[in-house]
Design a protein around this ligand. Structure first.
Ligand code: NDP
Length: 241
């Protein structure tokens, strides 16, 4: 069945793969990005998925952005993928308040913003699929990532609480916790750290964005109606929980 779907951070990396996978499954998809116009334009040209530029950390921007998406898609959003995320890695004793806030706002508060805007209409229509893209580092912690690990762990609690509130209204809320995936975000990790990380991944390689996208598309489908409040880990065996 065709649904309207929005993917935050959908112009690059994991989000772009998710958007394409949802499109291939027959959904009408829109994606949100923040600053990289060239990547957004290349993505739009390549797959025809409309791109919208706003900061998901800002509530008012989410309100007006969602209204524009719904107007353009011609109906309410059924599927929300909270995927936009950033890192500002630095050990806590050197972390600035700004580095803390930026990551919490972009990675975690964005989930509140988008859900707060969309959940009321999902409740009215008794259907919704929300998938939050968390991280292995929200499950196990990571050196230099107190901000990111806190945001991603927060997403897991948020997922469970909202799943409880939404279950009787036909809305499922799940999280995916990827391990290390070959995207721009991971390309920014220094080479020596990357070698150490690769040595800890039992399957011996990085994941591919498509390997996360297929999970998200399944959780977004009607077939996944009995799965809610869960966290699906896809990390090549790096962390088993
Ligand atoms: P990328 O850095 O490749 O892409 C990030 C996307 O998010 C871009 O489209 C970017 O837009 C968008 N974005 C960033 N900030 C904002 C904002 N404030 N408002 C709107 N859009 C924004 O990330 P990945 O694909 O690597 O990661 C995607 C998600 O998966 C993230 O939440 C990340 O934490 C998580 N993850 C990634 C892993 C990995 O190994 N790559 C592992 C585990 C989790 P723009 O292009 O304009 O900057």
């Amino acid at each position: 069945m065709s649904r309207n779907a929005v993917v935050t951070g959908g112009t690059r990396g994991i989000g772009a793969a998710i958007a394409r996978q949802l499109q291939a499954a027959g959904n009408a998809v829109a994606v949100v990005y923040h600053g990289n116009d060239a990547a957004a334009e290349a993505f739009r040209k390549d797959c025809g998925i409309p791109v919208y530029k706003w900061n998901v950390a800002d509530f008012a921007s989410c309100e007006s952005g969602v209204a524009a998406v719904q107007r353009d898609l011609g109906g309410p959003i059924d599927v929300l993928v909270n995927n936009a995320g950033i890192t500002r890695d630095v050990v806590l004793h050197k972390m600035t308040a700004e580095q803390w806030r930026e990551v919490i706002d972009t990675d975690l508060t964005s989930c509140f913003n988008m859900c707060r805007v969309l959940v009321p209409s999902m409740r009215e229509r008794s259907f919704g699929r929300i998938i939050n893209v968390a991280s292995i580092n929200g499950q196990k912690g990571q050196f230099g990532q107190a901000n990111y690990a806190a945001a991603k762990a927060g997403m897991l609690g948020f997922t469970k609480a909202l799943a409880l509130e939404s279950a009787a209204k036909g809305i499922t809320v799940n999280a995916v916790a990827p391990g290390y995936i070959g995207t721009d975000m991971v390309a920014a990790v220094p080479k020596d750290s990357m070698a150490r990380i690769l040595a800890q991944i039992p399957v011996g390689r990085l994941g591919q964005p498509e390997e996360i996208a297929r999970i998200v598309a399944f959780l977004a489908s009607d077939a996944a109606g009995f799965i809610t409040g869960s966290t699906l880990s896809a990390n090549g065996g790096q962390y088993m929980i």
